[in-house]
Design a protein around this ligand. Structure first.
Ligand SMILES: [Zn+2]
Length: 458
């Protein structure tokens, strides 16, 4: 740790540091978040309702898409009566957001929310949407970024390595790209160590070479890439590594254990989306997640829209509480998650989810009409790689009774190996399917760098 971990914007101020205006604003949110995380669930719900009412009043007054639809909610009495009406509001679909266009954007903003900026995101659905956010919303994003570092007690003066999506031709092997700090969110408040970044398209052996040379303390990357790194690393173990931070994809069952076994470090996973911000952080003491209730109202619901009971799986509906520029109410992300059962022993009142299960397109449809989450565990993947020299794979359901195994292999497979791969698939997915082998030259990640090892084309 630095002698003075705070970043002073004034050279003649060392203790206490004079934080930059942006850092001060972020710290003022953090100071409150440090307290609200311990509030009991009822107090958090009360705070959510207070903030939600302000969002609804703004949306009703200024956002054409919502005008006239929110009156019953705005007029609802405080407390449970409000939540009962809230649950009658139909979920907002990605398709509706696409069709609404500018009608979801607020032409006028209240004082203090700053300039608006826009991003485009396609998620993993291939349905691009435009998301507009305010400067104030981005400031909150920064505060939550720092909260996650603090939860996991990171040494901010250490070196962070990032392997994720970079623009084409940027952050290339062998050097990658170097930064003096971990980014503005953390760097506005703390003196951080350096950050180094490598393009996700780098071949896996070269990624390992880069990790060996850089010897980072923390690695941030996608779960599917971590899985490939761990399997390709042989006896190599990043010498100084303390944690691996995973983002933006589903964390497969068994990956935490594999990372512990091969590299001796824990995986810390984060659940976020570009259009809604941070949704859940991993608990500092457990492998499950705490919903970021001060940032978004997150509901886990069944097909009728009612909240699922503890321990059950349901669709994720998100209402970001502070983005007045583009109010999204009960937005159906397309993700599924499993709720926790009861309070967390860490003492935080933030609600718990035990796992995130991905999108409907990651759901296997069975020929008999059923459905199943086909999450490939580390054991499944290990068994597949034991029968053939497979470098990269993807499983695609191409018809109700047909599954295609897309493989990149070190060399053409022998007949025996091909037969064993098909046997593996029959054991994993069931004998009711026909299996095809395909050997495409490339297995593409989405524009945002996401990769899914199981996709349904139905
Ligand atoms: Zn906890």
């Amino acid at each position: 740790m630095n002698e003075f971990p705070f970043a002073s914007a004034l050279p003649d101020m060392a203790m206490p540091a004079a934080i930059s205006p942006r850092g001060m604003a972020s710290l003022s949110f953090l100071f409150q978040l440090e307290r609200s995380q311990w509030w009991p669930p009822e107090r958090l719900r009360h705070g959510q309702q207070a903030q939600l009412r302000r969002l609804l009043a703004h949306a009703d007054a200024h956002v054409p898409f919502w005008r006239g639809r929110l009156r019953p909610l705005i007029d609802a009495p405080q407390g449970e009566a409000f939540w009962a009406r809230w649950r009658e509001l139909p979920p907002l679909t990605r398709r509706q957001i696409q069709d609404a266009g500018d009608a979801l954007i607020s032409p006028a903003m209240p004082e203090g929310h700053g300039d608006l900026s826009e991003i485009f995101t396609s998620g993993s659905t291939g349905q691009p949407i435009r998301a507009v956010r305010s400067e104030l919303w981005e400031l909150l994003w920064s505060a939550f970024t720092v909260r996650e570092h603090l939860w996991h007690a990171r040494d901010l003066s250490a070196k962070l390595a990032v392997i994720r999506y970079s623009d084409k031709g940027k952050a290339l092997w062998p050097d990658g790209k170097r930064y003096d700090s971990w980014g503005f969110s953390t760097g506005d408040i703390f003196k951080t160590g350096p950050c180094v970044s490598l393009n996700i398209t780098t071949p896996i052996e070269r990624q390992l070479d880069w990790l060996e040379r850089e010897a980072p303390d923390y690695l941030l990357t996608h779960p599917t890439l971590l899985d490939r790194l761990l399997r390709a690393s042989g006896d190599f173990r990043p010498a100084r590594l303390k944690q691996v931070l995973t983002i933006s994809e589903i964390l497969a069952p068994g990956l935490r254990a594999l990372c512990r076994e091969r590299w001796g470090v824990p995986v810390i996973d984060t659940y976020s989306t570009r259009e809604c911000g941070y949704l859940a952080f991993q608990c500092p003491e457990h492998a499950h997640y705490h919903l970021q209730a001060e940032s978004a109202l997150i509901e886990i619901v069944d097909e009728s829209g009612a909240a699922v009971p503890s321990g059950a799986i349901g669709r994720v509906l998100v209402t970001p509480l502070h983005n007045l520029a583009m109010p999204l109410l009960r937005y159906d992300l397309g993700d599924y998650a499993q709720t926790g059962d009861g309070a967390c022993s860490c003492g935080r009142g933030l609600p718990v989810i035990t796992s995130i299960l991905g999108r409907r397109q990651n759901l296997l449809r069975l020929p008999d009409g059923g459905e199943r989450w086909p999450l490939l565990s580390s054991g499944d993947i290990g068994a597949l790689m034991a029968v053939a020299p497979i470098r990269h794979y993807q499983v695609a359901q191409t018809a109700l009774d047909r599954i295609e195994l897309r493989l990149q292999t070190a060399r053409p497979l022998t007949e025996v190996e091909s037969a064993k791969v098909l046997d593996w698939a029959r054991v994993k997915f069931g004998a009711g399917f026909h299996f095809d082998l395909a050997f495409p030259a490339e297995l593409e990640r989405s524009a945002a760098g996401k990769f899914e090892d199981f996709v349904s084309l139905l």
